[in-house]
Every structure is written in structure tokens, then in C-alpha cells.
Ligand binder design. Structure first.
Ligand code: UT7
Length: 329
């Protein structure tokens, strides 16, 4: 049994931080940020707003758009590296907020590839034949783990959420194929060092700012281009397709230069690529579902279109997913 997307949704918090706002916070410039990353603005939560709040907006839209009653949701899978708390899971809070009283669910940590991991997981629950309605959400409050004194990272990230409803396909549409990878030898290049069992919170970890993102940008950049290009080329080849067969390429939005390089290596031209990093920055597990929902809203996806998703992130994790688009409003 194949899974298909029957509804899409996104939510971006209202507050917007522009590059010019960033210039007032640290030693940076709009010109540097735009030319090195493609980012112009990012959305940031208001005080007290957290990942479950962003996700709940998405979950409610998914119920409405797919015509699903809360009690009919089987599973809620949330991809995030910024859960409300270490435990209980943020999926549990979403479940309660939408009164999905017959659902179970969990958080999944795959960093920037998290949504693709969650989509693959959800698709396999549908394929098992035991579940009919699986909510897959990618949501992040990256601002909660950003060190706003570190110009190498703080200009890059934003907050946001997106998601899809998965249900059994009734014809040839749906999630056709996926390739997922993980390689922990890259763990130290992109991480939040403290707050887990390896380095529990202490005065020292707080003083050393170890509860925020650290990355070796140049190294991650190289692996990201190679990883996204190779895994996209692999899935095309395995399905006897080439870049020009794809209606829309929706890549993880970490850096416009990474996206351009990966697309070019797969024979995908600029007009086939979804770019929204200029508006939202890098929202980690949320970039791809936000991009999917925008594409639906803009009428860029029609029934039968082939859609390619690809991501690379901390872990390292990376992957690609091939979808034949169904009839979604
Ligand atoms: O989503 C998860 C995966 N993450 C990624 O894919 C991120 C991958 N990496 C990148 O996107 C890029 O490496 C960055 C955007 C993070 C950095 O771009 P870069 O071209 O690799 O710059 P760099 O780190 O080599 O820095 C170049 C210069 C340095 O100055 P010096 O040493 O040459 O004088 C930095 O200090 O740019 C400086 N710099 C900045 N200048 C102004 C770094 N950040 C900033 C900044 N504003 N915000």
C-alpha cells in the first residue's frame, strides 16, 4: 500500500527579523548575508511561543484541509531538534492540543533531514496497512538554541513549521521512492554540544554557551553539496528519470549556493527549484514541508507531477524522496 499526501499546511510566527535588524545585533551586513546565503528575512517566535504552538497551527490546518476528525488521526510524527522539552515528546502536546484521542506519536530527531525521515517513517506505517491517517510535521524554534553573539550561525536560522497528512493512495500517485542516509562521523561538525547525557547542563556549559548551535560551516557546506547532489542523482537513476523529468525540486533551504550547486549537478534547472530561503532562512526540519505547502498554494504542483525532495543536515543525515503528486487542494 502506497502513502499519498492528502493535505499540506505551514505556519510562520508573525515577528520578522530582517538582515538590517541583524546588523544592529552583531557585526554583519545585509550584503554579506544575502550574497553568502540568499537569506533576507527570518521569522522568530514571540515570547512564550514554542515548537508545539507552531505545530498545533499546522495540525489544525491539516485536519481541516483533509476533512479529518481529530479522533480519526492514527499517528502524529514530529520531526524537530527543538522540542518544547526533552520529555515528554512535543508530539504528545500536539495530540492534546488537537484532541486526537485515538492517536499515538513521537518526536523524531533527524535535524535538517528530519522531515524526510518522518515522511519515510509515516509512509511505511501506511504501507503496513494498519494505519490510515498519519500526520507528519516538521517544526522548529531555532531561535531558542541560537547564540546571538555568534555571527557564524545566528544570521542563518529561523523559526517555522510545516506538515502533511498521509493516507493510503487510491491510484498511481503518492510517495514512490526514497533513499535515506546517516553517518555519525560528521557529528562534531554541526551540533549543540550540551544539554544531553554527554554534557548535562551546568553553570560551566551555560557560561561557555554550549547550549547553542555550533557548526564548521565550510566543512558542512562541502558535504551538503555532495550529499544532496548524490542522493538526488541516485533516486533519479533508480527510477529511470533525469533532472528534466522533475516538475519541482524542493530542497532543504540551508544556503542558496548549496541548492544551486546540487541542482546543477543533477541536471535540474533554476525554474524547477523551489527557493524560499530568502524569506525564512534555515528552519531545519520545517523547510521542506513549508516549501511543499507554498508550492500547492501557488499552483506549482498539479496532479501527476513528479516532485523531488532532498535534504542534508546534522548527523550527518541526508536523503531524497520522490513523489507523484495527487489531487490536493
Ligand atoms: O542546515 C544544516 C546544514 N547547514 C549548512 O548546510 C550550512 C553550510 N554552510 C554554509 O552555508 C556556509 O559555510 C556559511 C553561510 C555558514 C558561511 O559561508 P562561508 O562562505 O563558508 O564563509 P566562512 O565561514 O568561510 O567565512 C568567511 C568570512 C570570515 O571572515 P574572514 O575570516 O575571512 O575574515 C567570517 O568571519 O566571513 C566572515 N563571516 C561573516 N561576515 C559577516 C562569517 N559570518 C559572517 C556574518 N557576517 N554573519
Amino acid at each position: 500500500m502506497r502513502a499519498t499526501i492528502t493535505a499540506t499546511a505551514r505556519y510562520l510566527p508573525e515577528r520578522v527579523l530582517t538582515n538590517f535588524d541583524m546588523e544592529k545585533i552583531i557585526d554583519t551586513s545585509d550584503e554579506w548575508i544575502r550574497t553568502r546565503t540568499g537569506i533576507e528575512t527570518r521569522h522568530i517566535v514571540s515570547n512564550g511561543q514554542a515548537t508545539a504552538d507552531l505545530s498545533t497551527h499546522v495540525a489544525k490546518q491539516l485536519l481541516e484541509r483533509s476533512g479529518t476528525k481529530p479522533e480519526d488521526v492514527d499517528i502524529i510524527i514530529l520531526a524537530t531538534v527543538t522540542p518544547d522539552r526533552v520529555f515528554p515528546s512535543t508530539a504528545a502536546i500536539i495530540q492534546d492540543n488537537i484532541s486526537a484521542k485515538n492517536a499515538w506519536g513521537f518526536d523524531l530527531s533527524g535535524a535538517c533531514t528530519g522531515f524526510l525521515y518522518a515522511l519515510e517513517t509515516g509512509a511505511n506505517f501506511i504501507a503496513s496497512g494498519r494505519y490510515k491517517k498519519v500526520m507528519v510535521i516538521g517544526a522548529e524554534t531555532m531561535s531558542s538554541i541560537i547564540d546571538y553573539t555568534d555571527r557564524n550561525t545566528c544570521v542563518l536560522f529561523g523559526d517555522g513549521a510545516g506538515g502533511v497528512m498521509l493516507e493510503p493512495a487510491t491510484n498511481d500517485e503518492g510517495i514512490l521512492d526514497s533513499i535515506m542516509h546517516i553517518d555519525g562521523s560528521g557529528a562534531d561538525f554541526l551540533q549543540m554540544p550540551a544539554g544531553g547525557s554527554l554534557l548535562p547542563a551546568s553553570h560551566e556549559t551555560v557560561d561557555k554557551r554550549l547550549h547553542s548551535i555550533q557548526q564548521d560551516g565550510k566543512t558542512v557546506f562541502k558535504f551538503a553539496v555532495r550529499g544532496m547532489a548524490e542522493v538526488s542523482a541516485d533516486i533519479l537513476k533508480r527510477n529511470n528519470l533525469n533532472g528534466q523529468d522533475i516538475k519541482l525540486f524542493i530542497p532543504h533551504q540551508a544556503n542558496k549556493r548549496i541548492i544551486d550547486a546540487a541542482a546543477q549537478r543533477c541536471g535540474i534547472s533554476e525554474n524547477q527549484v523551489l527557493i524560499n530561503i530568502n524569506k525564512y532562512g534555515n528552519t531545519t526540519a520545517a523547510t521542506i514541508p513549508i516549501g511543499i505547502d507554498e508550492s500547492v498554494e501557488d499552483g506549482r504542483l498539479k496532479k501527476g507531477d513528479l516532485v523531488l525532495l532532498a535534504a542534508f543536515g546534522a548527523g550527518f543525515t541526508w536523503g531524497s524522496t520522490l513523489i507523484r503528486w495527487g489531487n490536493i487542494s
